[in-house]
Design a protein around this ligand. Sequence first.
Ligand SMILES: [Zn+2]
Length: 160
Amino acid sequence: MNDLVSYVQNHIERGSCQCGKCFDAPAEPKQPTGHTADVVFFKVKVLNDPKADELKSLIASYPGVFTKTDLLDGKEHNYLEVGGWIGDQGLALMLMGLGELVGLWKLLTPRSVLGNELPDDLVQQMAGMGFVAIQSGNHVSELVEKLDHTPDYSDHYTNI
Ligand SMILES: [Zn+2]
């Protein structure tokens, strides 16, 4: 088994899926309590003191199962895409919650983006369409830095 996969499994406790459609959902669904991340389908909580640096290097060396992607490039990556990369959507959501909890990226969910008052059925509907994503945080500052160093071509424009 790949190191990244076992790292995620060893450092995350996950709740049962709350989508209401999973045939194998338990009769009494349970979610972890305390300091958790909400990946909409379930909540996750860290176990065994995960480290951002360790997770980052495991991500960098992971080859990808069905697709290749760079989770830390500052772009949005949703769980469908991360699932194609890590090989399983449940595992993708666990990794996305883990990265949020160790500070590698921010979770973007219907409620984190549009507000807590969004009704449950709409949240689940949007999540089903792929609206659970991550975006790494340092991209904005890099972008601002790039903009600051963009040469000014304004005096090269001519009227045509
Ligand atoms: Zn489900």
